[in-house]
Design a protein around this ligand. Structure first.
Ligand SMILES: NC(=O)c1ccc[n+]([C@@H]2O[C@H](COP(=O)([O-])OP(=O)(O)OC[C@H]3O[C@@H](n4cnc5c(N)ncnc54)[C@H](OP(=O)(O)O)[C@@H]3O)[C@@H](O)[C@H]2O)c1
Length: 241
C-alpha cells in the first residue's frame, strides 16, 4: 500500500524522465536531482541531454545521471531503451512520461499518427516494458504528463490513428493523444491497484514554452497556452508532487 511515509522514502530512489533536455522535463530533472534522486534521462539527443547532465553535476549530486537513447516516434528505439534501462540494474521507482510533441504533423516510423505515436504509443510501450521493474521496487510511481487539451477530444478516431496527421494545426490529434494518456493512466491504475505502483496523471503545470514555440502554427498553440494563467511557473509543475 502507498503511504505518506513510503512515498517519502522514495526520495533516495531512481527516476527515469523522458524529454528532460528542455521545458517541464528539464525543471523536473533538476528538482528531483536536488531532492536526492538518481536520474536516468531518456531522449533522442545525447548532446542536448548532456547540457542538463552538466547542470545537474554542478549541483554536486552524488550519483551521476545516466543518459539512455530514446526516440518515441520509433517503437524499436523504445524497445532498445527498455533493454538498456533494465541492463543498468538500478532500483527505478519513478517513471515520468513527460516528452511530447504538439502540432508536429506526419507519422512515426511505424506509420502511426505523430502525436498519438509519440505522446501515447511510445510512452505506453516504455511503461509496459518497465512495469515489472517498477513493481519489484514498489512502492513506485508512474506519472503521465497530461494536458487540459484532452478535454477537446470528443472521441478517439480509431480509423485515423494509423494515418499521417490530418488536421491543419495538429491540435485535434494532440488532444486525442493526451486523452489516450489519461485513459491509459486510469486503466493501469485499476489494474495495478494492489501492486504498490501509484499512477498519476500530472495536470499541466506551466505555460507556453518550447512545445508551443516549436509548433508549426505557433499562434494557435500560443493561444492555447495563454489560456493558462501566469500564476504557475515551470518549477511548480505537478510532476514533482
Ligand atoms: N508547454 C505547455 O504549454 C504544455 C501544456 C500542456 C501539457 N504539456 C505537456 O508537458 C509535457 C512537456 O512539455 P514541454 O512544454 O516541456 O515540451 P518541450 O519543451 O517542447 O519539450 C518536449 C520534450 O519532448 C521531447 N521529444 C519530442 N519528440 C520526441 C521523440 N520523438 N522522442 C523522444 N523525445 C521527444 C523533446 O526532445 P527533443 O529536444 O529531442 O525534441 C523535449 O525534450 C508534454 O507532454 C506536453 O504535452 C505542456
Amino acid at each position: 500500500m502507498i503511504t505518506y511515509e513510503n512515498v517519502q522514502s522514495m526520495k533516495q530512489s531512481v527516476a527515469l524522465i523522458t524529454g528532460a533536455n528542455t521545458g517541464i522535463g528539464r525543471i523536473t530533472a533538476l528538482t528531483l536531482a536536488r531532492r536526492g534522486y538518481q536520474l536516468i534521462l531518456a531522449g533522442r539527443s545525447e548532446q542536448r541531454i548532456q547540457a542538463v547532465i552538466d547542470e545537474i553535476l554542478q549541483l554536486g549530486v552524488v550519483n551521476r545521471p545516466h543518459y539512455v537513447p530514446l526516440a518515441l516516434d520509433d517503437l524499436d528505439s523504445v524497445r532498445a531503451c527498455v533493454k538498456r534501462v533494465i541492463a543498468l540494474d538500478l532500483p527505478i521507482r519513478l517513471l515520468i512520461n513527460n516528452a511530447g510533441v504538439a502540432g508536429l504533423k506526419g507519422k512515426t516510423k511505424q506509420s502511426y499518427e505523430m502525436a498519438f505515436g509519440v505522446n501515447h504509443l511510445g510512452h505506453f510501450l516504455l511503461t509496459q516494458g518497465l512495469l515489472n521493474r517498477l513493481q519489484s521496487n514498489s512502492p513506485s510511481r508512474i506519472i503521465h504528463v497530461a494536458s487540459r487539451a484532452h478535454w477537446m477530444a470528443r472521441s478517439i478516431p480509431w480509423e485515423n490513428l494509423q494515418s499521417p496527421t490530418r488536421s491543419l494545426t495538429g491540435v485535434s490529434e494532440y488532444a486525442v493523444s493526451k486523452l489516450c494518456n489519461i485513459l491509459y493512466t486510469k486503466s493501469l491504475a485499476q489494474r495495478l491497484k494492489h501492486t504498490g505502483i501509484l499512477l498519476c496523471p500530472s495536470p499541466w503545470g506551466c505555460r507556453n514554452r518550447d512545445l508551443a514555440k516549436r509548433a508549426r502554427l505557433a499562434k494557435t498553440f500560443a493561444a492555447i497556452a495563454a489560456d493558462a494563467k501566469p500564476r504557475r511557473r515551470c518549477g511548480n509543475n505537478a510532476s514533482l508532487y
